[in-house]
Design a protein around this ligand. Structure first.
Ligand SMILES: *Cc1c(COP(=O)(O)O)cnc(C)c1O
Length: 487
């Protein structure tokens, strides 16, 4: 299997790479994102076999089956060992790894559908980013050892990504993590999760500024190619193909749990920001998983909902990007969206390049409503969308607690609100639960008047000693810090 850039001309196959070559890379050299040359097809026989693998051997074995179709430059026994080591009950809290909770049964004869939550949030940091990041940590360790190399990961986080990366990389000898975050802006629980890590290879940097300042610093360092090479700077952001691939697995696991037979279809609703999670659903659907609709749920930052409703993709400025109570979906542009547009436009890399390069740079938008292929986003590709606000979030958290005794976090609430608008007769709806409520306690208290439950292992973490360096939003300062800590 080779990978190509979303901006590569159709006739040019020179830049195609194998999995391990793109594993440690971010963007392709032309600024595009990597995708496989084709999506391996899961026919009826293979789907039936995978249902048995899931039922008899569980998540790690299913992950190995899916990953094997995309990774042919790691020996099978090694890849199997990496999957087995990653997806364990010890790391993810349950034997199913991504257990399904049924909220509502399909009422017999009424044509209504079952409504389920698929928990992706039982990993070490209680958000779905662990699902991919834990695998990435083990893949990085494997590949760096094979090459005899070291990597220094520089990142920016508003909360979930940074902690997932740190918990995935902690204690790994070949990797250091330098994670910038906006001082005082993450939730108290998120700050405690990150700053209480005492591992030598983890460096927390609290920047006097907002998330965009952190991201700008990371970009500035990465654009200094000499510095980047000298200090072997890498990233783990959501455009990394291995992260996306890891996420494909739980769409299959959700499907097998929600259905009895492979003739059934399901819908998924995905709380979305950078389009990484739902893009994995798109890949699963392209492989042949019987997904009817992929429902994209946004918060007030509705870049994606606007596109799926109108065909206009309009990047927001900092003045019209809102700070909301589902902060992991607060985005001004959706960094994985280019992957879907590439497929929508029949893999016309030159056109994608002009849209995401020149058009966005010049006008901050492009418009596909006149392109006949835009209609296929809903038709052939199954995408629909909706949006949720702070009021919707509070109402949904309250209703879900009152009716089912189930407490959901703010991001999951956005998805559940939108999912209810998209229910289809007879088709189970699986809502992806992307975080546990404890991470966003203030809004839970606002909705329910009580504190969310806290997993026992996080008892008292706010009181633990902290390891964090305060810094001005200054590129020279972060470079000096990295230089000093990479001996
Ligand atoms: C990152 C995140 C999202 C958004 O996922 P994308 O892949 O960026 O669309 C949603 N919910 C939570 C809790 C997250 O951490």
């Amino acid at each position: 299997m080779k990978y190509l850039s979303t901006r590569a001309a159709r006739t040019d196959s020179s830049g195609r790479k194998r999995f391990c070559e793109i594993l440690l890379e971010g963007l392709a050299p032309d600024g595009g994102l990597y995708l496989p040359e084709h999506y391996p097809q899961v026919d009826a026989a293979l789907l039936a076999r995978w249902r048995t693998v899931w039922g008899e051997q569980g998540y790690a074995a299913l992950a190995f089956e899916v990953l094997s179709l995309y990774i042919d430059d790691i020996p099978a026994a090694d890849l199997k060992a990496i999957c087995d080591k990653t997806y364990t009950e010890a790391v993810f809290g349950t034997p199913q790894i991504v257990p399904l909770t049924k909220l509502e049964d399909a009422a017999a004869g009424s044509g209504s559908a079952a409504l389920c939550l698929e928990a992706l949030s039982n990993g070490p940091t209680l958000a779905f980013k662990d699902m991919a990041m834990q695998l990435l940590g083990n893949l990085f360790e494997y590949e760096l050892a094979r090459r005899g190399e070291q990597l220094n990961i520089l990142g920016a986080t508003s909360g979930d990504t940074g902690s997932a990366a740190e918990y995935a990389m902690r204690g790994k000898k070949s990797v250091r993590v330098f994670m910038t975050s906006p001082a005082g802006r993450m939730s108290p629980f998120q700050q405690a999760q990150m700053f209480s890590l005492m591992d030598e290879n983890i460096h927390n940097i609290a920047v006097d500024g907002v998330f965009d300042d952190c991201q700008d610093m990371v970009k500035a360092v990465s654009n200094d190619l000499d510095f980047k090479r000298k200090y072997r700077i890498g990233t783990v952001n959501s455009i990394n193909w291995a992260r996306l691939l890891a996420q494909v697995v739980y769409y299959f696991a959700g499907y097998f749990q929600a259905t009895q037979s492979d003739s059934e279809k399901v819908c998924f609703t995905v709380p979305s920001g950078n389009f990484g999670n739902v893009c994995a659903g798109h890949v699963a659907r392209m492989m042949g998983l019987p997904i009817d609709k992929l429902v994209v749920a946004t918060n007030e930052n509705d870049v994606l909902d606007e596109f799926f409703r109108t065909g206009v993709y309009r990047v927001r400025g900092s003045a019209d990007t809102f700070e909301t109570s589902s902060p992991s979906m607060d985005i001004s542009k959706a960094s994985n969206f280019e992957r879907f547009v590439f497929d929508l436009l029949e893999r016309d890399g030159a056109l994608v390049k002009s849209l995401f390069g020149a058009a966005l740079a010049d006008r901050g938008r492009f418009d596909l409503c006149a392109d006949p292929r835009f209609g296929q986003a809903a038709g052939r590709f199954g995408f629909v969308s909706g949006k949720s606000t702070h009021g919707d979030r509070l109402r949904t958290i309250r209703k879900t607690w009152e009716r089912f005794g189930v407490m959901i976090d703010t991001h999951t609430a956005d998805a559940l609100k939108v999912a209810r608008e998209q229910l289809r007769a007879g088709v189970p709806m699986i809502v992806l639960e992307t975080a546990l409520p404890i991470k966003f306690a203030a809004t839970i208290v606002e909705a329910l008047g009580r504190e969310p439950d806290r997993p026992a292992r996080f008892e008292g973490i706010e009181a633990l000693p902290r390891r964090v360096t305060a810094m001005a939003a200054d590129v020279a300062a972060v470079k000096a810090y990295i230089a000093q800590h990479c001996s």
